[in-house]
Design a protein around this ligand. Structure first.
Ligand code: NAP
Length: 284
């Protein structure tokens, strides 16, 4: 039995991880929600974790709104950097394993000859990305870092992901401008959860970085077209735009976020198109 503690377990990604691990008899999952433990309160974090029976801790809690992060910088720093330091220090003081969930937004996404692998140099271009990278620096060498990229799932009411956003707007008959000169790697959250499950079962908690990301790289425009076709929606509503035009006045996202893994040899990740068509009847 592997005892797992988790922050951010009520969120878009975390709640699926909790669902999948809880259904598995190999795991005993302890979900710690914000109302039980505010990660920015160091004393509360140390007290809560001292009384928690766990072997490994998954830290997902974060301030995740990339645009608002440019305005609420103090709050973002408190949660993503100080909060991560609090949880990491508390876990470390108990000699337990720590897994930090990070993002492809630690990279600048400048065009380069090779994809961004685990050992590529981070160079964040947004405030959110820079605080997630600060979090990585706290953990680096003493815990596992898992980077995710554009996670989406079939159903989740609280926070729309890339698929739900596009699907909803198309269903409302809205015209969408989608970027053609950019690359992203959407990642099915079920795959993230199953990959984590394999990683945890291996009990090989190396202080390494892993990219747990989908297997298909494509432009947001191509993503939109795939969604429209899969759900029988009008794909002529999707108009092409450029990265420069689309992100005017918004927080910068990595333009060519072609992220791949050399270290994930424990779970085969699916591509976007195959996942959407395979599970299309399950999307809410
Ligand atoms: N979504 C993405 O596009 C994306 C991409 C790459 C990486 N990631 C990373 O993946 C992780 C999960 O992302 P997500 O999209 O699932 O996030 P989310 O839905 O926004 O959920 C974040 C969670 O963080 C918790 N939280 C926030 N402030 C807290 C505080 N002060 N104390 C305790 N808990 C706090 C909240 O917990 P409660 O539910 O208890 O309120 C919330 O559920 C994050 O670390 C994020 O950086 C996300």
């Amino acid at each position: 039995m592997i005892r797992v503690g988790i922050t951010g377990g009520g969120g878009l990604v975390g709640s699926m991880i909790v669902e999948i691990l809880k259904a598995d008899e190999n795991f005993d999952v302890h979900l710690i929600l914000e109302q039980q433990m505010d990660i920015t309160n160091r004393e509360s974090v140390f007290n809560t974790l001292k009384n928690l029976n766990f072997d490994v801790f998954l830290h997902l809690a974060a301030y995740t709104n990339v645009d608002k992060a440019e305005i609420e910088k103090e709050k973002v720093w408190k949660i993503n950097v100080e909060g991560t330091r609090n949880v990491f220090d508390a876990v470390n003081s108990l000699n337990k394993n720590f897994i930090y969930i990070s993002t492809d937004f630690v990279f600048d996404g400048k065009k380069q000859k090779t994809p961004f692998f685990e050992d590529s140099n981070p160079n964040p271009i947004s405030y959110y990305g820079s605080t997630k990278y600060e979090g990585e620096k706290i953990v680096n060498g003493n815990g596992t870092i898992i980077r995710l990229s554009y996670p989406y799932r079939t159903k989740f009411g609280n926070k729309p992901d890339i698929v739900r956003n596009i699907k909803l707007l198309l269903e409302q008959g809205k015209t969408l401008s989608m970027v053609t000169d950019s690359l992203i790697v959407p990642t099915f959250i079920d795959d993230i959860a199953y990959a984590l499950r394999e990683f945890l079962l291996s009990k090989n908690f190396k202080p390494e970085i892993f990219h747990i990301v989908g297997s298909q790289v494509l432009s947001p425009y191509e993503c939109g077209k795939i969604i429209a076709r899969a759900f029988g929606l009008d794909d002529s509503l999707i108009k092409a735009t450029t990265y420069e035009e689309y992100f005017k006045g918004k927080a910068k996202r990595p333009q060519f976020s072609d992220i791949k893994s050399r270290n994930n040899n424990f779970y085969k990740m699916n591509g976007f198109e195959e996942t959407i068509s395979k599970f299309k009847d399950e999307f809410g």
